[in-house]
Design a protein around this ligand. Sequence first.
Ligand code: GLV
Length: 377
Amino acid sequence: MIPGPTNLNQKVLKSLSLPLLSHTDPQFYQLLDHIQNGIRYLFQTKNSYTFAITGSATIAMETAICNLLKPGQTLLSLVHGYWGNRVASMGQRMGFNTHVIRNEKFGQNFTLIQIENALRRYRPNLMYVCHGDSSLGCVQNLHGIGQLCHRYDCLLIVDAVVSLCTTPLAMDQLEIDVVFSGCQKALSGPPGIALISFSDKATEVIKSRSKTYPVSSFYMDINLVAKAWGLDNNDVHTYHYTPAINLLYGLRASIREIINEDLANVIARHQKAKHYLEKRIQNVGLKLLVQESDNRLAGITSVLIPDDIDGNRVIQFMYKKHDILIGGSLLATDPKVPKFWRIGYLGVNADLEKIDRTIESLQEAIQKQRNKFKAHL
Ligand code: GLV
């Protein structure tokens, strides 16, 4: 019950040991087609430039930035928690003008007014926002942000690593230029494979720079990725790098599971699990980190650690005694951030019975510490 990687779906696990195909085999090209259409379904898009990239979701984050910005251009990152800072660090390392805006209150949404002020002030070419921030367990309302960015001639990247399949996300309708995600969260698939899609506007930028300003990374150059996927050259696939073929089997199997259950039902299952878990947490006297219910993410919930409790010892107890692992904080070194646990219920773990067992074991671990303390008085 961590924020990912999550438990694998059994069919996905089996698919990982299918016999290897050559990456030049026509059957492999068919696998790419299935995956591409599957990602389009998950992201609710018709975008042609839609791919799976070998690497964690961090590579998709880096891919979006290095393909869409040219030297001298500007990146704006909206920071809720951990991930916006990572994007800003990438922008700085790549030498782009990089700016951030932060929210004062944990998990609060950025308003359209705040975003417009920042767009006016910094005039970015590219803006990043995290739809579901796993580090805090909060969700950003995306309505109107794409349109606003386009009014300021700025492209929009949305990080959907945790929001995919846990929260509604319609890429085309929301006018998002890049969406990326990973396979190891609500898809209950293997880590090591990232999903990414580019709008026509973003694709134009990428294509137009191929000769004048080639992307500085060979591996992440989407012009080369597109050629490997048989786009732009009458289905001729050009060698780029050897993909993680078994992980692609895993991704296809994960997508099939979502299609069989239906995307809307998968999202509804995560939303139901969120409300159930939040209620159970509050009923046992614990408090949630994110105050407004609408800003709380489905799939990961942050629970404040009571002052008299050692949070790490609780995690160890639950794991040793009940084989249940919950997550700690990615922001633990920041003294301004309160101490909290992160309970993940992604993919196959978005299950009420698993949530019950988790809360019961959490309660037992807390009680045990309190009893021990009393015995020493
Ligand atoms: C990783 O995505 C995490 O939130 O721990």
